[in-house]
Write a protein that binds this ligand. Structure first.
Ligand code: BT5
Length: 274
């Protein structure tokens, strides 16, 4: 089995779907999300790029949320950005965040024997170690159309030594977790197919099914949690998520509060609160 991404096979497999109506591949980019924004900025009709996908084998400046970086050794990850135009999908960035996490998880479940959990807001974890992350960026384009770029990074072929020392304990990959061979092409097909299915479902039935799917695949609610938001630290117990992907927390102070996925960091158990 080849470890190369087979782009022709991906294009063929997702033919007829909205997500994957165009599949662009670049061996190396700064960030697949940047590449998507360049493409969108260079067209007078950004909405026609809805459903288009950028895949790459390597990122020199992959990014996470809040200015953090996303590491990926060459050829080892699935690095993917999916463009969704607001008017076609009538979905907001919070729903896209839920959708991306659920689609990424379901893709892993389809391609392996693994059962990762979603960790709010955007991580897939196995045994507490991070397997994948999601980054949603939304902008209003010059043409007046709102577009979101859903970036998904899944660690596939990494061995322990591939990870920086800082990630060696906190990160994992399909290769490390699964007894089955890892095929990035199959995973890409499954991701685009699951995303397409969820998007269609969302348009037809609204966000409730998506929220339920997210909850049934996530770490259970009712857990103690420590968070940092807008420079302040909080601790409490998780209660629920809402359709904007905000996490409802019963704070130790007695107040119930929603935390937005865009500006909140979950603190590790041993991480200082300040
Ligand atoms: C994320 O951010 O988890 C979102 C990652 C999204 C990456 C995709 S790849 C395709 C697209 N193009 C991009 O440029 N980005 C998207 P966040 O929750 O902020 O987590 C970032 C943190 O995860 C870092 O600060 C590290 O601690 C950790 N991290 C970095 N690389 C990792 C990796 N490969 N595996 C596990 N953890 C990692």
């Amino acid at each position: 089995m080849s470890h190369q991404l087979d782009i022709d096979r991906i294009r063929h497999a997702v033919k007829g779907q909205h997500v994957g109506c165009r599949v662009e591949y670049l061996p190396e980019v700064a960030s697949t999300n940047d590449e998507a924004w360049h493409l969108l900025a260079s067209t007078t009709e950004p909405s026609t790029w809805g459903g288009a996908v950028i895949l790459a084998d390597h990122q020199t400046a992959g990014r996470g949320r809040l200015g953090r970086s996303w590491e990926s050794p060459r050829g080892a990850s699935l690095l993917c950005s999916i463009m969704i135009a607001e008017d076609e999908a009538q979905v907001r960035s919070g729903e896209l965040m839920l959708m991306s996490a659920v689609a990424a998880r379901d893709a892993v479940v389809r391609c392996t024997e693994l059962n990762p959990q979603i960790k709010w807001p955007n991580d897939l974890v196995i045994g507490g170690r991070k397997l994948a992350g999601v980054l949603i960026e939304s902008r209003r384009m010059a043409a007046g159309c709102g577009v979101s770029v859903c970036g998904v990074g899944i660690n596939c072929l990494q061995h322990r030594g591939h990870f920086d020392p800082a990630l060696a304990i906190s990160a994992t990959s399909l290769e490390l977790e699964s007894a089955l061979p890892v095929d990035r092409t199959n995973l890409a097909i499954a991701l685009l197919t699951e995303f397409d299915r969820r998007l269609l479902d969302m348009r037809q039935t609204g966000g409730e099914g998506l929220r339920r799917a997210w909850l049934s695949s996530s770490e259970p609610m009712g857990r103690p949690i420590r968070l940092r938001s807008a420079g302040k630290a909080y601790s409490g117990t998780t209660v629920d998520i809402d359709p904007t992907a905000a996490l409802m927390v019963q704070l130790d102070s007695g107040v119930r509060r929603a935390f937005s996925a865009h500006d909140t960091t979950v603190l590790h158990a041993d991480e200082p609160i300040a």
